[in-house]
Ligand binder design. Structure first.
Ligand code: BES
Ligand code: ZN
Ligand code: ZN
Length: 501
């Protein structure tokens, strides 16, 4: 889906910008800081802003919205000042949210265009990219299946102002990058929104095929026959309870010039298009949310989709195992033993711990295809929601240095991720009496860690990071800078990570 919103650089003086609105942000905590752009706008409007700060209405508190109508001295019809919070807590992550919140706030009030003015320190390409990413992220709303839609309010154009003229070409390039990233994020969020009757494993593979064709990527979709030939017993065990056949989607990007012995990075994403829990069936309450259990897979496909256009210098692949988890007459049952592609035997204690089963074979297959580094993303455990709520992604991995590099990208991308332990003590908890391993932890607690340990059994010595996005892939309520529904979490981080290599 193409992004409708146009983002460009504005070079006119603030007072003659004729967009529907002008937006800037003000630092502060209890008292707004009236320097820089604020002082300039205060002068231009003949002193309309300072009195608001003096009276305590304008404080600079993060995401506080102060709206002036028909400000004198400005060609724009509205002036919006967004709180930026304390300067020492300010980074591109805040800037991204401020830009996004401004878009959603003004769009709700009928504005179709605005100019976003940055402070002098933020006149950099990286800031422009963050702002454009925030705008494109905030612009998204899904209203596909209402037959009677309200006339949509659309933001058509946003210009960025306050950037130095000499950096123009770098800033244009930064905005172009943000567009590629934002568009791929939307592509993933649309898929995550789809109900399971409209996005089966086969349909997911078809979307991946269309994407790969358009992006010029290699694709190989394994059907149930090839999956069986490869002896992916863990994936097949999950899929056997469903009338829908499974797929394994492999999308590959190769750089124009590949250096000898350079790394091959595989992005492996869980795509359970619906997780009923299988025979260990889930309660009815909120089960509809399990249509989003393919978020990790959508994320990884979106990442390679963007990378096809951004052209990193290393080889990349996405490996996405796709299946339903259903309690059909042929479904696997608690106590069943499955043999994974790697040859390891697995005692299936709980059929609802299916994500780790399908990832076991996908991680093994990625290594077989030549991956030297593995990153997986999965809505894997309810336990990560207990540990980190809906705030942080749980990030596991070895060696620590590899995990730290992913966390560094997360910081740059403004996506919250927190390192989780994966010490040897937890391995004991997935030992089985009758097979090599069991698919749930024995004993109490540490559910997201034993799940990660299960994956580690199939990664062996390959550097690996596992992102548990169960708490962060979906948002029940909208935020000022983001719609409710799929968040697109980890897409920006992983694109950033690939581009740094
Ligand atoms: N898809 C779920 C995890 C999940 C929970 C995703 C909440 C999004 C929101 C996963 O397959 C699952 O059911 N995990 C079980 C594992 C348990 C049976 C060991 C869980 O976390 O309860
Ligand atoms: Zn499950
Ligand atoms: Zn699941």
């Amino acid at each position: 889906m193409p992004v409708q919103l146009e983002v460009q650089i504005e070079s006119q003086p603030f007072s003659s910008i004729s967009s529907d609105a002008i937006v800037t942000y003000v630092f502060g905590d209890k008292e707004a800081r009236m320097d820089g752009v604020l002082a300039e706008l205060d002068r231009a409007t003949g002193g309309k802003i300072k009195p608001l700060a003096d009276s305590g209405e304008l404080t600079g508190k993060f995401l506080e919205m102060t709206l002036l109508h028909y400000p004198q001295g400005l060609a724009a019809k509205k002036l919006l000042v967004v709180g930026a919070g304390k300067p020492d807590k300010f980074s591109h992550a805040e800037l991204r949210k401020i830009a996004g919140a401004a878009l959603r706030y003004l769009r709700a009030r009928g504005a179709k265009s605005f100019a976003f003015i940055v402070h002098e320190n933020d006149g950099t390409p990286a800031a422009a990219q963050a702002i454009a990413e925030g705008l494109l992220h905030a612009e998204y709303d899904s209203d596909k299946y209402h037959t009677e839609r309200k006339p949509a309010k659309v933001m058509e154009r946003v210009s960025l102002a306050g950037f130095p003229a000499h950096a123009r070409s770098e800033i244009d390039a930064a905005i172009a990058r943000a567009k590629i990233i934002g568009e791929s994020e939307i592509w993933a969020r649309d898929m995550i929104n789809e109900p399971s009757n409209r996005l089966t494993p086969r349909m997911l593979a078809e979307r991946a095929e269309a994407m790969a064709r358009e992006a010029g990527l290699e694709i190989d979709v394994l059907d149930e026959k090839r999956i069986a030939e490869l002896k992916m017993g863990a994936l097949l065990g999950v899929a056997q309870g469903s009338a829908e056949p499974p797929r394994v989607i492999v999308v590959r990007y190769r750089p124009a010039q590949k250096k000898l012995n350079s790394p091959v990075l595989a992005f492996v994403g869980k795509a359970v298009t619906f997780d009923t829990g299988g025979i260990s069936i889930k309660p009815a309450n909120n089960m509809e949310e399990m249509k989003t259990d393919m978020s990790g897979g959508a994320t990884m496909l979106a990442v390679v989709r963007a990378l096809a256009r951004l052209k990193p210098s290393i080889e990349i692949m996405a490996v996405v195992p796709a299946t339903e988890n259903m309690p059909g007459g042929r479904a696997q049952k608690p106590g069943d033993v499955q043999i994974a592609m790697s040859g390891k035997s697995i005692e299936v204690i709980n059929t609802d711990a299916e994500g780790r089963l399908i990832l076991a074979d996908a991680l093994c297959y990625a290594r077989k295809l030549g991956a030297t580094h593995l990153i997986d993303a999965a809505t894997l455990t309810g336990a990560i929601v207990v540990a980190l709520a809906n705030v942080h992604v749980g990030a596991f991995g070895t060696p620590r240095e590899f995990l730290d590099r992913v966390l560094e990208s997360a910081r740059a991308a403004g996506e919250k991720m927190w390192p989780m332990p994966i010490d040897d003590e937890y391995e004991e908890m997935i030992k089985s009496k009758i097979a090599d391993i069991r698919n749930t932890g024995s004993g109490k607690g540490g559910g997201s860690i034993t799940a990660a340990w299960f994956l580690k059994e199939f990664v062996e010595d390959t550097p690996w990071v596992h992102l548990d996005i169960a708490g962060t892939a979906w948002r029940d309520d909208a935020k000022p800078w983001s719609a409710c529904g799929p968040t697109g979490i980890a897409i920006r981080t992983l694109i950033d990570f690939a581009m740094r290599q």
